[in-house]
Design a protein around this ligand. Structure first.
Ligand code: N01
Length: 536
C-alpha cells in the first residue's frame, strides 16, 4: 500500500462507532482535533447494532452501564428497565450521536481494511473497502473486544436448507420462529438470553450444549424510580464510587470483604442466597475470594448447582445443565428464566461434549451419535474475542511489521493501549487492559481520556510520535499473565484465553487486576512522562 498523495489529512482516524468511537470523536472535537470515524455498519451502536438477537440486554445495571462524561446527558436520559434491552441501548447510542452532533464525523458503511505506518511522515495511511484513503497522525482502534463473530467451520453447514443465524450478526428484519423446529448451538451469555424467548415462539427447540453455563437471575424489571432519583441526586459521586470498584460497577452492593471459608456453611448459604435474590453479578461478591481461591469458588459453584437441581424437574437434564468448571472462569451469564426453559415440553438439551457435531446435512445435523432435524439454526457460538478484528486487518507498523506477525503468539501490548512497532496507534478496551472484566463504558471513558491527555502532551511539546518500548511491553505481558495466575481464570477454557477458537494462541488477554489499580498505573505512567513509551 503506497501512501497515496491524495489521502486526506486528519489528526485522528477512529475505527468503529460504538461507545468507544463515539466518545473518542466527541473528545477529539472538544480538543479542536480533526477526527473521522470509519464505521462498517450504516449506523452507530457497535455491539448493540449487531447483537439484536431475541433477549439481548446488558448484564450490568443501566444506571451504571452508561456514559458519565456529560452531567446533562446522564441526568436527562431515562432508562426504562434495570437492565436495558438492546433496542433501548441502541436508542441511547443514537441519542448520544445526535445530542453531540457526531454523525457528520462518521463515515458509515465504510470498512477500514488496513493501515500502514508511514515512517517518514510519522502518519498512518488508512484505507477503506471503498478504495478511499486518509492520512492520520493517530489511529485509534475502537473496534471493540467482541466484534468478530465466531462462525465455526462445521462440516456440511452449507448443505443445510434452512436459515442459519448468528446471534452476533442477527438480521434486521423480525425473525419469526412460530411453528418451526429450531436448533441453537452454544450455551454462553448470548444463548442463555435467547433460548427462553425462542422456546416460547418455536414449536420445538433443540439446544446443543458443549459446556454447561452458570447463570444467575437478572431480576430485571422496570427501573426503580426511587433508586434512579437517589443516583441522579449525586451521579458524579456514584460514578466515582463505581470507578473505585474492582469491575468499575457495583458500588450499590460492595463485595463482602471476608473469605468464603471463614464463615460457617449456614452463613455461606445465607450470603449466597441474599446475593442470588439481588441478582446478576452480585453473587460473585458474596465473598472476597470466590475468583481467586478454587475451594472458595467451589462453595459458590455448588450453590448454583443446587439452584439448577431445584429448578429443573428432569434430574438428567438438571445434571447436564450443571457446570463442572469453576464459577466465573467463563463470564457468568445473567439470565431471565434460562434453566426454567428446560422444563418446557418443547425444549430438549443435547450434550455434545463427548460426541461433537459431526456434520450438517440438508435437514439438520448429526451429532451426539444421532440425527436431528430442524427448520432453522441459531449459532450462539460467540466471538473471536479481543484480537479477532485486528488480526483480520492489513495493519502494518514500522518496517512493514504485520500485526499478524507481531501477535502470532498472542497480543503483546503495553498497558493495553500501545503496541511496540506500531507508533501512534491506540487500542480502546482491547487485550492487556481490564476491559473484559470492567463495566466496559467505564473502561472506554478511561481509555479515551488517557489517549486525549497523551495527544495533548505530545502536541504541547511539539512531539510527533509515541510508541511502546519492547521492554515495557514484555514487562506488561508478564504482569497480565501474573495477574491471571493469582485468580481462578486459568482453570477453564474461555474466550479470555483464546481457547474457543481452534488454532488461536493461548494467552490470557484481559488484565484481571481490577480497574482501580490499572487506572492508577496508567495515571502514573502518564505522570512520569509516559514511562515505557518512546516519545519523539
Ligand atoms: O459467546 P461464548 P457468547 N461446537 O463464547 C459454544 C458478552 N455477552 O456470545 O463453552 C459447539 O460465551 C461454546 O461452547 P464452549 C459476554 O462478555 C454479554 O454467548 O466453548 N459449541 C459456548 O457455549 C460474553 O462472555 C451479554 O465449550 C460451540 C458458546 O458456543 C461474551 O459476550 C450477552 C462451538 C459460545 O459462548 C460472549 O458470549 C451476550 C462449536 N464448534 C454476550 N464453538 C450480556 O449479557 C463455540 N461453541 C451483556
Amino acid at each position: 500500500m503506497n501512501p497515496p498523495s491524495a489521502a486526506r489529512a486528519l489528526d485522528l482516524l477512529i475505527v468503529g462507532a460504538g461507545f468507544g468511537g463515539l466518545y473518542m470523536l466527541h473528545k477529539a472535537r472538544r480538543m479542536g482535533l480533526h477526527a473521522l470515524v470509519l464505521e462498517a455498519s450504516p449506523s452507530v451502536g457497535g455491539t448493540w447494532y449487531h447483537n439484536r438477537y431475541p433477549g439481548a440486554r446488558v448484564d450490568i445495571q443501566s444506571l451504571e452501564y452508561s456514559y458519565s462524561f456529560d452531567e446533562a446527558l446522564q441526568q436527562e436520559w431515562r432508562w426504562t428497565e434495570r437492565y436495558a434491552a438492546q433496542p433501548e441501548l441502541l436508542r441511547y447510542a443514537n441519542h448520544v450521536a445526535d445530542r453531540f452532533g457526531l454523525r457528520d464525523g462518521i463515515r458509515f458503511s465504510t470498512r477500514m481494511i488496513g493501515a500502514h505506518f508511514d515512517e517518514a511522515a510519522r502518519e498512518w495511511v488508512v484505507r477503506s473497502d471503498l478504495g478511499e484513503a486518509w492520512r492520520a497522525r493517530f489511529l485509534v482502534m475502537a473496534s471493540g473486544p467482541l466484534s468478530s463473530p465466531n462462525k465455526p467451520d462445521f462440516a456440511g453447514l452449507r448443505d443445510f436448507e434452512g436459515p442459519v443465524l448468528h446471534t452476533a450478526d442477527w438480521p434486521h428484519e423480525p425473525v419469526d420462529f412460530s411453528g418451526q423446529r429450531v436448533a441453537v448451538v452454544g450455551t454462553g451469555s448470548s444463548a442463555v438470553q435467547a433460548i427462553p424467548i425462542i422456546a416460547r415462539q418455536a414449536r420445538e427447540l433443540t439446544v446443543f450444549q458443549r459446556t454447561a453455563a452458570y447463570a444467575a437471575p437478572a431480576r430485571n424489571g422496570p427501573l426503580n424510580a426511587e433508586l434512579e432519583a437517589r443516583v441522579k441526586a449525586d451521579y458524579a459521586g456514584f460514578r466515582a464510587r463505581n470507578r473505585r470498584m474492582h469491575g468499575g460497577f457495583g458500588s450499590l452492593l460492595p463485595p463482602n470483604p471476608v473469605p468464603a471459608l471463614s464463615v460457617s456453611a449456614a452463613q455461606r448459604q445465607e450470603a449466597f442466597e441474599q446475593r442470588w435474590q439481588v441478582g446478576g453479578f452480585a453473587l460473585l461478591g458474596a465473598f472476597n475470594d470466590l475468583l481467586i481461591d478454587l475451594k472458595a469458588n467451589e462453595t459458590a459453584a455448588q450453590f448454583v448447582r443446587e439452584k439448577i437441581r431445584a429448578t429443573v424437574t428432569d434430574p438428567a437434564t438438571a445434571q447436564l445443565l450443571s457446570p463442572s468448571h469453576t464459577l466465573g472462569c467463563k463470564r457468568l451469564c445473567v439470565d431471565s428464566g434460562y434453566y426454567e426453559t428446560f422444563n418446557r415440553p418443547n425444549v430438549r438439551l443435547v450434550d455434545i461434549s463427548r460426541e461433537p457435531i459431526e456434520r450438517f446435512n440438508r435437514k439438520g445435523l448429526r451429532g451426539a451419535g444421532r440425527d436431528f432435524e430442524f427448520d432453522a439454526l441459531v449459532l450462539a457460538t460467540g466471538f473471536d474475542a479481543m484480537t479477532g478484528t485486528m488480526m483480520r486487518l492489513d495493519l502494518r507498523g514500522r518496517g512493514g511489521l504485520r500485526i499478524q506477525d507481531k501477535w502470532h503468539a498472542g497480543p503483546l501490548n503495553y498497558l493495553g493501549l500501545g503496541i511496540a512497532g506500531f507508533p501512534n496507534l491506540f487500542n480502546i478496551a482491547g487485550p492487556g487492559s481490564t476491559s473484559a472484566f470492567t463495566n466496559v463504558i467505564v473502561a472506554i471513558e478511561h481509555h479515551v481520556d488517557w489517549i486525549a491527555e497523551c495527544i495533548a502532551h505530545l502536541d504541547a511539546r511539539g512531539l510527533r510520535s509515541i510508541e511502546a518500548s519492547e521492554q515495557a511491553e514484555a514487562g506488561w505481558t508478564e504482569h497480565v499473565n501474573a495477574s491471571a495466575r493469582r485468580t481462578v481464570f486459568l482453570s477453564c477454557n474461555s474466550w479470555y484465553l483464546g481457547a474457543n477458537i481452534p488454532g488461536k494462541p493461548r494467552m490470557f488477554m484481559p488484565l484481571a487486576d481490577g480497574f482501580p489499580r490499572y487506572a492508577d498505573q496508567c495515571t502514573q505512567v502518564a505522570a512520569k512522562g509516559y514511562e515505557g513509551f518512546v516519545l519523539q
